[in-house]
Design a protein around this ligand. Sequence first.
Ligand code: CA
Ligand code: CA
Length: 116
Amino acid sequence: MQSQRSLSTSSADLVTETFFGQLSEEKQQVIKELFERIDKNHNGVLEKEELRGILEVMIKQDPNLIENLGLKNNTQCNTDEDILNAIFDQLDLNGDEVLSFREFAEPFARMLTNQM
Ligand SMILES: [Ca+2]
Ligand SMILES: [Ca+2]
């Protein structure tokens, strides 16, 4: 594993055929601010440890979080840790163990879209 990509949060390259691209600027801003708040060490990507806190809160508020994020609940998610891992693994599309802004934004945009 030596694929250290250059860290980039460039949300400008998000294509418009995404859920994120279809959101109003206001809602896009909400997701950007959420990302920046979670990115505690400000390296432009979200590590699993950074996501842990927010996901635990979200899971408590929304028992169907996995489904609402458009993800499959395909594991025996008995503990918050299982759920965290299940969510993270599915969000981390390129498997580099961190979430880029794009990987993070799209499922949250989909969730916001579905709630409208
Ligand atoms: Ca980070
Ligand atoms: Ca990733």
